[in-house]
Design a protein around this ligand. Structure first.
Ligand code: FNR
Length: 179
């Protein structure tokens, strides 16, 4: 059976390096796994309990269905002002509701990303992991890579590539505890 990994990209930029990384990792997914990018995060309305009704926007339904149908969730995100970009935060908010039964609940979760800061965006990645955990995801230990992209060509450096592929492999092979 294929392990399906829903990938949430935290940048909307056409030339996003994080999107490029997500696509690159998807093209070299471990055997038995499929990584797919969840599109349309820019179409989501800002989370608002008043519109989180039975008649919720179709963009929200699409997001929730995509993640509910996945076995794992991977965020690939830059850092904005020391935390995760709003577009990713908003998607996590939508995925966290209904309270206790959001689409992300129980999903093994990892977070990686590229940033120009010396710390590689680790504040964003720490915040993303904490937020996803509070939203009900199962944050998998060590599936976090915060990679600076100014010092290294991350798309050709074999050490960096191995680290990134290793994180994906660990997320994919994570054993989900029996309910
Ligand atoms: C940034 N950037 C940035 N980088 C970083 O390492 N730490 C930070 O706190 C911030 N803050 C920040 C805020 C805003 C509003 C922008 C637009 C950018 C730089 C950012 O990480 C860099 O441009 C990345 O390349 C963006 O990722 P993508 O679009 O290439 O995937």
């Amino acid at each position: 059976m294929t392990t399906r990994v829903a990938v949430l990209v935290g940048s909307l930029r056409a030339a996003s390096l994080n999107r490029k990384l997500a696509e690159s990792l998807a093209s070299q997914a471990p055997e038995g796994a499929e990584l797919f990018l969840v599109e349309g995060l820019d179409a989501l309305p800002f989370y608002n309990e008043d519109i989180d009704t039975d008649d919720v926007d179709s963009s929200v339904l699409a997001l929730r269905e995509a993640v509910a149908g996945a076995d794992r969730v991977l965020a690939v995100t830059p850092e904005y002002n020391g935390t995760m970009p709003a577009v990713l935060n908003n998607a996590l908010d939508w995925l966290s509701r209904p309270f206790g039964a959001g689409a992300i609940k129980g999903k093994p979760f990892g977070v990686i990303g590229l940033a120009p800061s010396p710390y590689g965006g680790q504040w964003a990645h720490g915040d993303t992991a904490r937020s996803a955990g509070i939203a009900g995801a199962v944050v998998v230990e060590d599936v976090t890579v915060s990679q600076n992209y100014l010092e290294t060509d991350v798309f050709t450096d074999e050490t960096v590539q191995a680290k990134l592929r290793g994180a994906v492999a660990k997320l994919v092979s994570y054993e989900v505890a029996a309910a």
